[in-house]
Write a protein that binds this ligand. Structure first.
Ligand code: SF4
Length: 226
């Protein structure tokens, strides 16, 4: 858990990441929309898939199926065709269609804003529910995926086990603060992909190099992380 002492550091980390994201954050089409259905679709596609691969499919998919009703009434085969380059297209297509049908039949064709209701949809876990809640509805829900666990572990010398670790969600809530700002989570994700690399982090260019335990330990010659 992030200690009381580290809360001030968490505030500084938040500020630095947001500022870094403003200048270096990646642009993706799903980051430019507040359409809850499009955000939900993007997040479902992004699971275990790179943003580059999703970037090739997402614009075509939401143009062809812009609403839950369009997706719910489509043939599974046609949806799968659009997802072919991502792999597991039949499984993904079946899940997306079932989710769209649930939205139409149980939620009037809208994406619900409530976190628990979102998580009850097929293929929607806590991360996707939190992402939709943040991006589409402006809620200050912490978001935790493998990237965020990785960077929190490095900065605060935590031993978070993964995105199912309840302590990871608590740590993300502490860093996230009460005021919702999606740039923090996007920034942490982008930092892990471009700077805080798992094998050879580029600490010299990292905006967090004045606040990071991993780097301080390395500089002190500790071999605990090397
Ligand atoms: S200073 Fe280095 S280890 Fe720490 S967050 Fe930045 S890149 Fe990662």
């Amino acid at each position: 858990m992030i200690s009381e002492v580290d809360i001030q550091r968490a505030i500084a980390v938040r500020r630095k990441v947001i500022r870094w994201f403003e200048h270096h954050g990646k642009r993706h089409p799903w980051r430019d929309t507040d359409n809850p259905f499009h955000i939900l679709i993007a997040e479902m596609l992004l699971r275990r898939t790179t943003a580059t691969a999703v970037g090739r499919v997402y614009p075509i998919l939401i143009k062809r199926f812009p609403t839950p009703r369009d997706l719910a009434t489509a043939h599974e085969f046609e949806i799968a065709q659009q997802l072919e380059t991502l792999g597991l297209q039949r499984v993904r297509a079946a899940q997306m269609k079932t989710t769209a049908l649930r939205l139409v039949n149980e939620h009037g064709g809208e994406v619900p804003s409530d976190l628990d209701t979102l998580q009850d949809l097929p293929g929607v876990g806590r991360y996707i529910a939190a992402a939709v809640s943040n991006l589409a509805f402006g809620c200050a829900e912490p978001m935790v995926d493998g990237n965020i666990v990785h960077i929190l572990n490095r900065i605060f010398t935590l031993s978070l086990k993964g995105s199912n670790d309840i302590l990871a969600w608590e740590a993300a809530r502490t860093v996230g603060g009460k005021k919702q700002d999606i740039r923090l989570y996007w920034g942490m994700i982008d930092l892990v992909q471009t700077v805080c690399l798992r094998r050879q982090p580029r600490c010299e260019t990292c905006p967090l190099n004045g606040f990071c335990d991993y780097l301080s330990d390395s500089l002190r010659g500790s071999d605990s992380h090397i």
